[in-house]
Design a protein around this ligand. Structure first.
Ligand code: EPU
Length: 313
């Protein structure tokens, strides 16, 4: 399928599904790293059901596409990217609370979920204070920080499976592992039900403040980054290894390794994807050379022409 055909398809599907469409759409403003070229088109459906029917239509004609949630874990290449992007809607009104259960649309930012949980005095997500991204992306990658993880709070996930069938899944404990969940490539998280614990708004906010203080003591403030670049290797911490290898401050073009935390790359404002790839390679090679450890990147790479079919990123 040519770029032009993808764009014609996007315009037609946008009309049929009541979705907004932007052609030759810049990805950088939508990704927390603020790097990336132009997708053939970005389609913005209004609700979860529209996302489902749209993705089904794209799959039916094998149109290359990616699903974009909060954009905090995506490294998109520079230049023209020949695929479509479906932006999962970030509808704050799709948070509903019933006793200790929170039902949340996949595109809702974690920060919004936390704010609503705090207002209702529900505890269990405080560890996520300050994390970027959406709840859908957090479940897909089993986001975690400061000893917490999203997995144990997830009671049910509504997802569109690779065949386009809507499925509700109640996860078992072994459905989640470090930065990994039962949600597979090609599946789309539509809605998440979280089970929290009754507390008070004050106690929840106090704990969130404590986490925020801890985060600002150990992680960079400001600047555009994508959070941690590498997964922690078995029995170690990528940030510490990078630090011990003397790589803090190392630079490639417009990106450098944070001085505050070795596993964060900071975009100085004019970084390109090529710069980030170069820095990833330098850091990986140096850690391998000095310590014999192979670091694995935690970012999802969107190449110039790939068939998408990813989970929510
Ligand atoms: N450390 C250093 N130098 C550094 C960074 C860290 O010596 O430059 C040391 C710290 O002093 C500490 C240890 O390494 O003793 C671990 O560091 P930290 O507590 O910051 O945790 P981490 O393992 O580096 C993980 C997650 C973060 C999460 C933090 C907070 C991964 C890859 N990273 O980092 O998640 O915010 O814990 O709990 O699992 C992310 O996934 O995007 C992310 C940032």
């Amino acid at each position: 399928m040519t770029r032009r055909e993808m764009q014609d398809l996007a315009v037609r599907l946008g009309q049929e599904h009541g979705a907004g469409v932007e052609l030759d759409a810049a990805l950088a403003p939508r990704l927390s790293m603020r790097v990336g070229g132009r997708a053939a088109a970005i389609i913005e459906p209004r609700g979860a059901e529209e996302v489902a029917s749209l993705v089904e239509a794209l799959r039916a004609v094998s149109a290359p596409h990616h699903l974009l949630g909060g954009g905090s874990n995506v490294l998109a290449d520079d230049g023209d990217l020949d695929f479509l992007v479906v932006q999962v809607p970030a509808d704050a009104s799709s948070v509903s609370i019933d006793d200790v259960l929170l039902r949340v649309g996949a595109g809702v930012k974690l920060a919004v979920v936390l704010r609503e949980a705090a207002k209702a005095g529900l505890s269990g997500l405080e560890w996520a204070a300050g994390l970027p991204g959406t709840i859908g992306g957090a479940v897909f990658g089993n986001a975690g920080a400061f000893g917490g993880e999203i997995g144990p709070s997830v009671r049910e996930v509504a997802l569109l499976d690779a065949q386009g069938v809507l499925r509700r899944h109640r996860p078992e404990p072994n459905d989640f592992a470090y930065r990994h969940s039962f949600v597979r490539e090609g599946e789309l998280v539509l809605e998440v039900e979280l089970e929290l614990e009754r507390s008070t708004p004050e106690a929840v906010r106090d704990e969130m403040n404590r986490v925020n203080t801890q985060r600002s003591a150990s992680q960079p403030k400001g600047g555009h980054s994508s959070g941690c670049v590498f997964k922690n290797p078995e029995g170690g911490q990528a940030g510490r290894l990078i630090d011990e290898c003397g790589l803090k401050g190392r630079r490639a073009g417009g990106v450098h390794v944070s001085e505050a935390h070795g596993n964060f790359f900071i975009n100085d404002g004019d970084a390109t994807a090529a710069d980030i790839h170069a820095l990833i390679t330098t850091v990986r090679d140096e850690v391998r050379r000095q310590r014999g450890i192979e670091l694995e990147c935690e970012l999802r790479h969107w190449g110039p022409r790939d068939d998408g079919e990813g989970g929510t990123s």
